[in-house]
Design a protein around this ligand. Structure first.
Ligand code: C2E
Ligand code: CA
Ligand code: CA
Length: 761
């Protein structure tokens, strides 16, 4: 998750950085394009200015030559001769449409043949020609006049005027030429640049603040009257010069004095951005101007923008896909990791962590209640020990599969560990539920076929109910576990948690609490129950632990021994039992000089302690007790599962000359083959059989065969819980060896045992 977040923050970071660089690049490119365009305007303007200037210079020269021809020998007085000269010049110059010679008063005295002027045409009396004519009289240069329409030749022309002087320098007349303004032979056709660029030549004004166009190649506006006969709007002129002043720090006169070309941006009449290149020619007093809308720049920039953006977008799509790929593969890895931590690797069932993580959601979805089922396989350890862990694992996998197919997705199946499973199941009708449990037991108990072998496992199910029994999952599990232990007593069955169990649980907790200090407080003591031989002599005593607590009163060993085993108190308690028994019996033996057997109950938990043998040998040594007079009672309910572990210990004990008795015989599962393996000296027939021998024939037969088995295996048989003379008679008849029970004596305290033995000596 964290990684995923990181990957994307890296992505966004890179995205922002690249976006920034991209914007910077675009900014640079824009200015580069713009600068290039502005520079090109400089060149265009220069080209146009040079071309126009060369035309004007050429015409200036022509007018000078023609003027001199007409003046020399006063040819101009001969009309015919003069016309010939003018017509000849006209033929040679394709840009000119006609000539006219005026006297210093402005009267046209002579024209080329193609021009038919009305009589008394006077250039000084015409508004359009007046100013330039006056200028021409004063100037030694050719003067370019305002563009005008000449009716006589039906054409728009630019008049060129040049004063003709005599040797003394007095003006004799002014020679005028008409430069073709538009049409095929227009004087500037060759000068046209790209279609979109406007080339404009403006006649400068000095006296009056009116600027007139001489030439404008704007094809869109063919209204020549407007173009040439109206001065350029004052607003445009003013804003242009203001612009120039601001950007180039040049006034109009400053501009007129420099020869340089300036380029600037301006808003035109339609408020559109335009670029303008401008230069001034001093000799002819003309402004050359090239103009185009800035769109040119924008269009080029947009095509650059389009290409860059495409590259940018495409690379970011690629980049995005790459990150997406990294992040999804990371996510997949992560998911696998999460799955691993939340599932059992063997069965792939959810594990406890998963359960704890999801229990709140589960409780919310099942507020009406749910069952917590604690399942434990019966005798699974056996399979593991006998056939190895691989087979055991395979059985577990198969059990998990059966559980999975038995329950639905709405039920949570968890492997708790080992051969234990937890199932959370929504509450339902009890009858249906009971049927379901039986089906489940049936399903799991079916034969497993693994490695060509057949296996059967049973299962015990303990069930607690949310919210009836408890609120938290920990508590529910512990209650279900308690119920499971009840079910385990019957095997292959299920058991609901009950209030009685809770009561027992509480009692157990109290017992645990009190037991911890019982030895210290000297609340424990040992009682001894005599064991009598068939001939009436004393065989020995069985040591039985006793506990009287100030809070709990008298607590039976059947209750507190179990608690001690479960809570790790058994070692300490066992040491007290063994040491006390050995010491007290040894004392009585020496006091009475009576040698008899001592039987001590040893629980499986004690037996399984790693150093049990050395430990008990040490205790025996400490008390200097005669080993041959000691019997250890081991209960037969010692499960077969533990047998393999226990057997070597039992053998070692026997080798040290300590005898062993199999307690509660008949209640467990020992088969004859197992019995044969065990190093047992004595079979202790359980009280439940002795209870029934007087009225139950089959029980009687069972007891008889137990005694016979004992004889066959060379073991003594001891009947416990003998309460009546009749029982003794029956048992003696079957050749039972030893008798123990209330009929002879209840378990006795040390003092009472001493009395009893003295009395019966
Ligand atoms: P157990 O070893 O089978 O002990 C025999 C139980 O039957 C004793 O109960 C004894 O008092 C009782 N009993 C003996 N004769 C008669 C009779 O004629 N009638 C009746 N109704 N009962 C008789 P107790 O002392 O309550 O012990 C219960 C169990 O607690 C014992 O069963 C034994 O498994 C365990 N236990 C007792 N003391 C110790 C001990 O020191 N160490 C260990 N590990 N377990 C002990
Ligand atoms: Ca016993
Ligand atoms: Ca017993």
């Amino acid at each position: 998750m964290i990684f995923k977040k990181n990957v994307w923050s890296i992505f966004y970071f890179i995205f922002i950085v690249v976006l920034f660089l991209y914007s910077a690049l675009l900014y640079i490119r824009y200015h580069e394009i713009k600068d290039r365009h502005l520079l090109s305007y400089k060149y265009y303007t220069e080209i146009i200015a040079q071309a126009a200037n060369s035309i004007f210079t050429q015409e200036d020269m022509l007018l000078t030559i023609l003027g001199n021809q007409l003046l020399g020998n006063s040819v101009y007085k001969n009309i015919q001769e003069s016309k010939k000269i003018l017509d000849g010049a006209l033929d040679k110059d394709s840009l000119l449409l006609g000539f006219g010679l005026a006297d210093i008063d402005g009267n046209i005295i002579l024209t080329s043949s193609n021009i038919k002027l009305p009589k008394k045409s006077n250039l000084l009396k015409n508004e359009i020609t007046k100013e330039s004519f006056k200028e021409a009289l004063k100037s030694s240069n050719m003067v370019v006049g305002r563009a005008m329409f000449m009716k006589s030749i039906d054409a728009w022309v630019v008049p060129l005027r040049k004063a003709i002087r005599d040797v003394e320098g007095n003006v004799i007349g002014v020679l005028n030429a008409a430069l073709n303004l538009n049409g095929e032979n227009s004087f500037l056709t060759n000068l046209t640049l790209s279609k979109n660029k406007s080339v404009i030549i403006i006649k400068d004004s000095i006296n009056i603040n009116e600027f007139y166009r001489l030439y404008d190649n704007n094809k869109n506006n063919l209204d020549y009257e407007f173009l040439y006969n109206k001065p350029i709007s004052e607003m445009i002129i003013n804003s242009s010069f203001q612009n120039i002043r601001q950007k180039h720090n040049l006034s109009i006169n400053g501009l007129r004095d420099t020869n340089s070309i300036i380029v600037f941006e301006i808003k035109d009449m339609l408020d559109k951005e335009a670029i303008v290149g401008l230069t001034y020619n001093k000799k002819f007093r003309l402004w050359y101007l090239i103009k185009n809308s800035s769109d040119e720049i924008y269009n080029e920039f947009i095509s650059v923008l389009a290409v860059y953006s495409l590259i940018f977008i495409l690379s970011f799509i690629l980049f995005y896909l790459l990150f997406k790929y990294i992040s999804t593969s990371e996510k997949r890895k992560n998911d696998a990791l999460v799955f691993q931590t939340l599932h059992d690797t063997l069965t792939l069932l959810p594990n406890r962590t998963y359960m704890y993580k999801n229990i709140d959601r589960w409780s919310l979805n099942n507020t009406n209640g749910y069952y917590v089922m604690f399942i434990d396989l019966d005798n699974f350890k056996n399979i593991n020990d006998k056939f190895g862990h691989i087979v055991g694992d395979n059985v577990l996998v198969e059990v998990a599969n059966r559980l999975r197919s038995f329950f639905t997705d709405n039920e949570m199946i968890v492997r708790q560990g080992g051969d234990e499973f937890i199932i959370l199941k929504k509450c339902q009708d009890e009858k249906v539920l009971n049927k379901k449990f039986l089906e489940l037991i049936n399903e799991i108990s079916k034969t497993y076929h693994i490695d060509n072998k057949e296996f059967r496992v049973g299962l015990s199910i303990g069930i607690s109910v949310y919210p009836k029994d408890a609120q938290t999952i920990e508590e529910l599990l512990s209650l279900a576990d308690t119920a499971m232990y009840e079910a385990k007593k019957r095997k292959n069955s299920y058991c609901f948690f009950s209030e009685k169990m809770r009561h027992n649980n509480i009692l157990k907790a109290d017992i645990e609490q009190e037991l911890r200090s019982a030895i210290e407080k000297k609340e424990l003591w040992m009682a001894y129950q005599p064991q009598i031989n068939a001939d009436g002599s004393l065989h020995g005593v069985e040591a039985l632990a006793r506990w009287e607590n100030e809070k709990l009163g008298f607590v039976g060993p059947d209750k507190f021994i179990g608690v001690a085993e479960e809570t790790g108190l058994m070692r300490e308690l066992g040491e007290f039992i063994i040491t006390t028994s050995l010491r007290e019996i040894k004392k009585i033996q020496s006091e009475l000089n009576l040698h008899f057997n001592l039987s001590i109950n040893i629980s499986v938990v004690q037996l399984m302690e790693a150093d049990f043998l050395e430990y008990i040998l040490r205790l025996i040594d400490n008390e200097a007790f005669n080993k041959s007079m000691l019997t250890l009672e081991i209960t037969e309910s010692l499960s077969i599962e533990d047998l393999d572990e226990v057997l070597p210990i039992l053998n070692a004990i026997k080798e040290h000359g300590i005898e062993m008795s199999l307690d509660d015989f008949g209640t467990g599962y020992s088969s004859l083959s197992i019995l044969k393996k065990l190093p047992i000296n004595e079979l202790k027939i359980d009280k439940s059989f002795i209870d029934k021998i007087l009225y139950d024939k089959s029980e009687r037969a069972l007891v008889q065969s137990i005694i016979n088995i004992g004889k066959n295996f060379n073991m003594k048989t001891l009947a416990e819980g003998v309460e009546t003379q009749e029982q003794v008679d029956v048992l003696k008849n079957y050749k039972c060896d030893i008798f123990q029970g209330y009929y002879y004596s209840k378990p006795l305290s040390y003092d009472n045992l001493l009395q009893y033995l003295k009395h019966n000596k």
